[in-house]
Design a binder for this molecule. Structure first.
Ligand SMILES: Cc1cc2nc3c(=O)[nH]c(=O)nc-3n(C[C@H](O)[C@H](O)[C@H](O)COP(=O)(O)OP(=O)(O)OC[C@H]3O[C@@H](n4cnc5c(N)ncnc54)[C@H](O)[C@@H]3O)c2cc1C
Length: 393
């Protein structure tokens, strides 16, 4: 085992340079903390993320932009169209942010653009040591963590943070178990040029195997998130481009004219993952290392960045984390603090996803009835918005 020396010891080691890890590194760096940020080069993240107002405000507080509209597209309306042939169909519904007293429901950010801004800001802070290597081993001696790197070098820290995604090696090192469920669905993601602008409106066409969602990305560009059976999407992704575009025109009920492809097509398998705790034994998990779910209701990164905010607050409560006892107490307090929000959001997405896919008549009635109720009863609509926007943590 490679032992860390004083020279390569930090107060906090963050493993993983996705959006959760980079946001955490920047926030802690700005708070003057001593951080090792272990972030090997990763493929460009083609996805976009609809981030709710509180999340956008958190990113703004890191100085990444003055106004979210500089780099993201506002999502002011959400239109739901039931494109199923079910017996009981939901009404076409338009939710308008203004009816909930909001300027927008969320802002649609390009993941790669956001990460570039985060890394640019991190590079200016001398108290963040960026290590562009993979972590390949973890050990704990007298409560102090040592992370072994792919070069054979090592980094030591009192507090270990796993921001290392769904397969999280840190989670395994901490002995944290997960509940997993793989869906038969995948998500096909790409950028499209539409024949007619969406405006600031996200449109969800609901089909029996999942929604086909067009998210505004500025002008006549839209980001597509198409959820369907994995086989159907593999087949679609392999179609000649003209055939695929014709299929997309059909799926969007010809409402947006001719459609052109503006990026590569990616297919992501969908699953839910829920860690049994977000922290123990001097280590904590943020982002998809702790929880992952299908991209329904745009919750994943919003929840991940709420982990980051709570962790930053917990760390800032002590001037420096030096001892194993401090790290242990912090990891347990963080786990307790995050449990409610993670559980509530996971159940919200799970219920939403299953109700969208259900072929059962009672479920269809509940869903259609639920959407009518949301449409007609303002207090209920307000409550649904609040849960979707992560209020009440
Ligand atoms: C199709 C799709 C659409 C989505 N849309 C939305 C949306 O609209 N809104 C929303 O809130 N969320 C959305 N999400 C979810 C969101 O994309 C994820 O929650 C978020 O990107 C996860 O970020 P992360 O940093 O936790 O994990 P990741 O992005 O997976 O980052 C983990 C990082 O850890 C690194 N790593 C792994 N192992 C090691 C190791 N051993 N050593 C060092 N580093 C390591 C990896 O290289 C990677 O860079 C969507 C997801 C999908 C699939």
């Amino acid at each position: 085992m490679a032992r860390s020396t004083k020279a390569n010891r930090a107060e906090i080691a963050i493993v993983g340079g996705g959006l959760a890890g980079a946001s955490l590194a920047l926030a802690l760096g700005q708070a003057g903390r001593d951080v090792a940020f272990i972030a090997p080069p990763a493929p460009r993240d083609q996805r976009t993320s609809a981030l709710m107002l509180p999340t956008a405000r958190f990113l703004q507080s890191l100085g990444l932009f003055e106004d979210a509209r500089e780099i993201a597209t506002p999502l002011e309306r959400i239109r739901l169209i039931d494109a199923t042939k079910r017996l009981i169909r939901a009404p076409e519904t338009l939710f308008d942010a203004r009816s909930a007293g909001l300027e927008a429901f969320s802002y649609n950010f390009g993941n790669a653009d956001l990460l570039e801004r985060l890394n640019g800001a991190i590079a200016k802070l001398s108290n963040i040591k960026v290590v562009a290597e993979k972590a390949v081993g973890f050990s704990q001696v007298d409560g102090d963590w040592t992370v072994t790197l792919s070069s054979g070098e090592s980094v030591g820290a009192a507090l270990l943070v796993g921001a290392d995604g769904k397969k999280s090696p840190v989670r395994q090192a901490l002995g944290i178990t997960v509940r997993n469920h793989d869906f038969a669905q995948s998500a096909l993601v790409c950028d499209l040029e539409l024949g007619r602008d969406l405006g600031p409106e996200s449109v969800e066409f609901h089909y029996p195997n999942g929604p086909f969602t067009l998210v505004p990305a500025g002008g006549s560009t839209a980001n597509l998130v198409w959820v369907d059976k994995a086989d159907a999407l593999r087949h679609a992704a392999a179609l000649p481009e003209a055939e695929l575009m014709a299929e997309m025109k059909r799926k969007s009920l010809n409402l947006y004219g001719d459609i052109a492809l503006r990026s590569r097509v990616f297919v992501f398998p969908l699953s839910t993952l829920s860690a049994n705790t977000a922290g123990r034994n001097g280590g904590v998990l943020v982002g998809e290392a702790a929880h992952a779910f299908p991209p329904i209701g745009a919750q994943g990164l919003n929840l991940g960045l709420r982990d980051v905010e709570d962790l930053v607050e917990a760390i800032k409560a002590s001037p420096r984390i030096d001892t194993a006892d401090q790290a242990m107490a912090l990891s347990e307090a963080f786990a307790r603090k995050r449990a409610g929000d993670i559980d509530r959001t996971t159940r919200f997405v799970d219920t939403l996803f299953r109700s969208l896919l259900s072929d059962l008549l009672p479920q269809q009635m509940v869903r259609a009835g639920g959407i009518w109720a949301l449409k007609l009863i303002p207090p209920l609509r307000k409550k649904a918005f609040e849960v979707g926007m992560g209020a009440g943590r």
